[in-house]
Design a protein around this ligand. Sequence first.
Ligand SMILES: NC(=O)c1ccc[n+]([C@@H]2O[C@H](COP(=O)([O-])OP(=O)(O)OC[C@H]3O[C@@H](n4cnc5c(N)ncnc54)[C@H](OP(=O)(O)O)[C@@H]3O)[C@@H](O)[C@H]2O)c1
Length: 237
Amino acid sequence: MEVKTVLVCGGAGEVGEGIVHQLLAAGNRVVVQSRTEAKLAELRQRLGASSELKTIVGDVGTESAASALKAAIFEEGFELDAVVASIGSWWSGPALVDLDVKTYQQVMDDRLTVHFIVAKTFLPILADRPGSSYVFIHGSSGFYPIAHSGPVSIAGAAQVMLKDVFAKEMESKPVRINLLSMMSAIGTRSHPSADPEGLTADDVGQYVAYLVSERSSERGETIKYSSRRQLRDLNLS
Ligand SMILES: NC(=O)c1ccc[n+]([C@@H]2O[C@H](COP(=O)([O-])OP(=O)(O)OC[C@H]3O[C@@H](n4cnc5c(N)ncnc54)[C@H](OP(=O)(O)O)[C@@H]3O)[C@@H](O)[C@H]2O)c1
């Protein structure tokens, strides 16, 4: 199996950890970005020592910070084959009519603009690389209006079109750009699912490992992931 070098932005997060775990389990080299060294240290401790796991402190919230991260990754000698953006913490608050513009803009920045910045920073280095891919991580709130989490739903809906436009603009390039949307709550280290059939962060990770692999031919897809059966249908074994 081919070894890919995969950057996971937000890889120290709840879902990100399962993605990192399964990318490593599938034999990939994984570079994990977080703004906080303490979160990376905890991740390394939980996942155990691996020569294929590299963690790097950096921000992706501004263009200059994301460019600095890209430069730091180059300096470490990594040539990326894939990027996974598992970014965007949950938010709830006032109904839209009571929501101040500053908070609205902040949530939109944290859940949408940051995806734009990561994609515009890293897609140029993936675009012409054979076998490369980019995966946006996403949730069902972009398809259903969630009261009191309005900007989360609005940003989620726009994130689908963000992926569509990047994919359209790069349709002649080798890079495959897809969006994986979790259609339910995900069982994670802090919030394990009570439902044995419920998807976990590791299930998300297995799907991502498939999408970045050479076995996947998906491009420009919005994949609604709601059942482990979908993974089995991909013939992962
Ligand atoms: N958890 C679920 O049940 C669930 C369900 C469906 C979909 N999802 C999707 O999964 C993705 C990750 O969610 P999660 O539950 O793993 O959330 P999480 O634990 O809060 O992790 C989110 C990650 O996003 C990064 N991040 C947040 N805001 C940022 C910003 N402004 N600039 C840079 N990085 C930022 C954080 O990085 P730092 O390490 O730097 O703090 C963090 O690691 C989201 O797209 C979410 O919609 C989650």
